[in-house]
Ligand binder design. Structure first.
Ligand code: GAP
Length: 494
């Protein structure tokens, strides 16, 4: 599938629009349209339901070392600036970039993207390849968006939009333990917006400046942390295949030892073969990281660095005092049954809601051929989503305007509406309106169907409407904080 076709379908059918499009758009920002918002919400709901609300804490999950508990949190986007100093983001969440000083260019490029970026000068070449190109030396660029809290507008009031949701969980660890009855091992899940001032946002929503994350911080005893890491790595991989991503396009990639953060004893990425990548390349959907006790210790003691012996210690400033002081709060855990006190280890499955949505869109896009109303074979697009995430699950089409059919259809609509809540209305092409009389619109309902059951060309008594519906994607079917100053050609990783 060519990516241009999907991008065009997303705009035409209301999955995704460029943000502020009427003003020329804003690079790296995307709006979800009527179908897109339902799709993304279904994906987030499926994640929350599968990871948190439906979790059975009495049963040992397949592959898990023991039972565990799961709970949720919803933290603010702007947090105390010290959070980002102790976490390391303030100093280290950087990409290396170069600027081009040439007239007519003045572009800014991520160093590891230069080879695949396009210089604005014509003919098309990569930055540095034109005679006129005048690139600066590489320098660091912090990806956190800065803002000001309060009316004074001074540097002391500077704050940051969170670049990950994870830190909100770490700083609330004690609150959750003290206010609930959770016992280790347990996980805290959070989903919400994150912001990164990416130098080169690209590939549709894949690398955006505003995006949503779905993150779990799983707290466990250090002795069982490796087993929990393996459990989460496999559990998260399964989640994507259960929702319809084909295993041929997905892969689980364990990081090599030289890719691992200084405190990590394992990190794996779940990657998808997005169509905008060249054959054999994969893009990250989710990272599962073993973070040891790094995060809780950082927020207790202050920003940590690795010493000559390879151990973590508080980084000192030129005055011999901690460079960034931690909260000083005790974030250790005491097991009330064994009385053991320890700093929990953390396993972090960190997913992107927008990347998952993009992968499900790519997977759903299918072209086939069906006869039009004159019997001529035409290529059409069918979006084949898993029923759980499909934005539209059913449609009601009364066949005739007489013999009480509209009334029956309206009753079916009302019954389905109660069960399914969400209703899509669109201006009718044929068939009487199902929406309240006088509004002159069709109402298409979504209804749960068995995967593979929907074949509009075969089953639908009104082929034109069915084809239109299928074209519009309404058929349902099968559905570490490693210092960032030098980031790989892959993603920024928090
Ligand atoms: N707390 C760990 C963390 O944030 P990450 O690998 O930097 O780890 C996790 O981000 C996930 O967030 C990625 O796997 C990806 O799905 C998503 N993500 C990261 N940067 C993104 C961006 N610029 N645009 C869209 N999604 C992004």
């Amino acid at each position: 599938m060519e990516m241009e076709k999907l991008v065009s379908l997303c705009k035409r059918r209301g999955f995704l629009f460029q943000s502020s499009e009427i003003y020329g758009g804003l690079n790296g920002f995307w709006d979800y349209g009527p179908l897109g918002v339902e799709l993304k919400r279904n994906i987030k709901d499926a994640w929350w339901q599968d990871m948190v609300t439906s979790h059975d804490e009495l049963t040992v999950a397949e592959g898990a070392p023991s039972t565990h508990e799961m709970t949720g949190l919803d933290c603010t986007i702007i947090m105390h600036p010290q959070v980002w100093k102790c976490s390391g983001h303030f100093d280290l969440f950087c990409d290396m970039m170069v600027d081009c000083r040439a007239e007519g260019c003045k572009g800014r490029f991520r160093v590891d993207h230069v080879a695949t970026s396009q210089c604005p000068l014509k003919p098309s070449k990569s930055p540095g390849e034109h005679g006129k190109c005048d690139l600066t030396e590489p320098r660091e660029f912090n990806l956190m968006f800065k803002t000001i809290v309060g009316a004074m507008g001074t540097e002391e009031d500077a704050a940051f939009l969170r670049p990950e949701t994870a830190q909100g969980i770490f700083v609330n660890f004690k609150n959750v333990v003290d206010s609930t009855r959770v016992r280790i091992p347990f996980g805290i899940a959070q989903m919400g917006k994150s912001f990164r001032n990416e130098i080169t946002p690209r590939n549709f929503t894949f690398r955006s400046r505003e995006f949503e994350q779905m993150e779990i911080e799983f707290f466990c005893h250090p002795d069982t942390s490796r087993e929990w890491y393996e459990y989460w790595r496999d559990r998260r991989m399964k989640w994507y295949t259960e929702l319809g991503l084909s295993s041929e396009r997905l892969r689980l990639r364990e990081h090599d030892a030289d890719e691992l953060s200084h405190y990590s004893c394992g990190t794996a990425d779940i990657e998808y073969a997005f169509p905008f990548l060249t054959e054999g390349e994969y893009g990250e959907l989710e990272g599962i990281a073993h973070r040891g006790d790094f995060d809780l210790r950082s927020h207790m003691e202050g920003k940590l660095v690795k010493n000559a012996e390879g151990c973590l210690e508080v980084e000192m400033g030129p005055d011999g005092k901690p460079k960034y002081k931690g909260s000083g709060r005790d974030l250790n855990y005491r097991d009330d049954q064994t009385n053991e006190r320890f700093t929990p280890h953390v396993i972090e499955p960190s997913a992107g809601a927008d990347r998952a949505t993009l992968a499900f869109l790519c997977e759903a896009y299918t072209e086939d051929e069906a006869p039009d109303d004159k019997g001529k074979l035409k290529t059409r697009v069918v979006m084949k989503f898993h029923p759980r995430i499909a934005p539209i699950k059913a449609a009601v089409f009364p066949l005739v305007k007489k013999d009480g059919m509209p009334e029956i259809a309206r009753d079916i609509y009302r019954a389905l509406k109660k069960a399914l809540h969400r209703v899509l209305r669109r201006k009718g092409r044929g068939g009487p309106p199902l929406s309240p009389p006088g509004r002159g619109r069709h109402t298409l309902l979504r209804h749960r169907r068995r995967p593979n059951a929907y074949r509009p060309d075969r089953h639908h008594p009104r082929p034109r409407l069915a084809q239109a519906m299928a074209r519009e994607g309404r058929g349902c079917g099968r559905g570490n904080l490693q210092p960032r100053q030098l980031r790989s050609s892959r993603d920024s990783r928090s």
